[in-house]
Design a protein around this ligand. Structure first.
Ligand code: ZN
Length: 419
């Protein structure tokens, strides 16, 4: 947009507050006489501040959230403010911070909210300003070709629009309106309002905008950003049953689905296979690890020497020459019960490819351990890029299953590590 102003005489502008100018390109002053800058506190040169987000005069706002039946089938990461109908949805302003020296899982751990880290978290989202409501943080959606996302809407209306419509590239998405959005004054929560189907791969960020029209003037009142989905990483994962003492580990109910979904969120395609043959361990192996007896004489695994179990199992597995084809697979060794563990990755990132899981695990343990191997720390770990309060997210890398809630989500910054 261009604005030109020609004045015959003199221009004087006065303000009692600050007067800020921002430009994406150049600012040029031309004079055929003198240019003067005067100041009581000095004239500063330096790095420019970032451009403030655009401000829109819209009188309605629509925030998009995953529907409450969402189990991570698509990636959706937004600045959480607790306005969805999901079972776990705490405002990030209350749960982004750091732990002290005692690890988060200990009852005596101390968590401190860190507003500066919350501000850094907000930078994960594009933003614009709705002058009637404040800053709007745009959610990040990851959606592979052929996949579908179903969303709810949290709506706030100060002045009824005449109409609303979605603006997006119709060659990339098919957007089905499942429910007409409420358009009367006040706050509303609308269930399953739209279904977005991704029709193809694309290489630059796509916007799906919601526009309200009032007196023939269009204003944006909501937005979703869909991240480029043309770089899908493929990984191979092998689940290997391990038998000892007559019993072996098995695949858990929903774990393959949870794993497939969680990887999809990061645009990773998991080729997941269950190894047909059980590998048998016993004798020396059993003697090495299964050394603990309870008061009834039942033997179980002693976990103090746990790290070497990954190497020990790999040694047994690769003794069979035919198994060499799995050298670059992620390998999930499924064992029977353990006394104190659900599972454990060999390492966090650093090319770790082996995880061990026990039959007493839950359906999200194997995805959790594999994502450790792929480089993710716990969400409550101080070593991660962000630290969230223990058991307050539905993230795969949290321990929310311990309080009876499902964990299935991942965030934009984790997608970057996984892909
Ligand atoms: Zn863990």
């Amino acid at each position: 947009m261009t604005k030109v102003r020609n004045v015959g005489g003199k221009i004087t502008e006065t303000t009692k507050g600050n007067d800020n100018s921002f430009a994406k390109e150049n600012i040029t002053y031309n004079s055929q006489k003198k240019i003067s800058f005067t100041s009581d506190k000095g004239i500063k040169h330096g790095k420019p501040e970032t451009l403030p987000p655009p401000e829109l005069p819209s009188k309605c706002k629509v925030e998009f959230r995953p529907s409450k039946s969402w189990q991570g089938e698509f990636g959706f990461d937004w600045c959480r403010i607790g306005d969805s109908q999901l079972p776990v949805d705490k405002p990030y302003s209350d749960i982004v911070g750091k732990y002290g020296a005692i690890y988060a899982t200990s009852p005596s751990a101390v968590f401190t909210i860190k507003p500066e880290l919350y501000q850094r978290h907000l930078a994960e989202y594009e933003k614009f300003v709705l002058s009637a409501f404040g800053t709007y943080y745009v959610p990040n959606l990851s959606l592979m070709k052929g996949e579908i996302a179903v969303l709810d809407a949290a709506i706030e209306i100060k002045e009824n629009p005449d109409s609303m419509y979605y603006k997006y590239d119709k060659t990339v998405f098919e957007v089905k309106i499942l429910e007409k959005l409420s358009n009367t004054k006040g706050k509303h929560f609308n269930d399953k309002v739209l279904e977005i189907k991704c029709l193809k791969e694309f290489s630059s960020k796509q916007k799906i905008e919601l526009i309200a029209t009032k007196n023939k003037i269009d204003n944006k009142i909501g937005q979703i950003n869909v991240l480029p989905n043309n770089k899908v990483k493929e990984i191979d994962i092998l689940f290997i049953p391990v038998e000892h003492n007559g019993s072996s580990g098995t695949i858990k109910g929903k774990e393959i689905t949870i794993l497939t979904n969680a990887l999809k969120q990061a645009y990773v395609k998991g080729n997941i296979v269950r190894h047909k043959e059980k590998i048998k361990v016993g004798g020396w192996w059993y003697d090495l690890f299964f050394t603990k007896k309870d008061d009834k004489g039942v033997v179980s695994m002693e976990t103090s020497n746990i790290r070497s179990i990954h190497r020990a199992l790999d040694d047994v597995f690769f003794k069979e020459k035919d198994n060499e084809i799995y050298k670059n697979h992620y390998r999930v060794y499924m064992l029977t019960n353990s006394t104190s563990l659900n599972g454990m990755a060999e390492d966090i990132g650093k090319n770790a490819k082996v995880v061990v899981v026990y039959n007493n695990r839950n359906d999200s343990t194997a995805p959790h351990e594999l994502m450790h191997a792929m480089g993710l720390y716990h969400t409550f770990d101080n070593d991660g890029l962000f630290t969230y309060k223990f058991q307050n997210t539905d993230n795969i890398m949290d321990y929310t299953h311990q309080v009876g809630k499902d964990r299935f989500s991942t965030n934009t910054w984790q997608w970057k590590i996984l892909n």
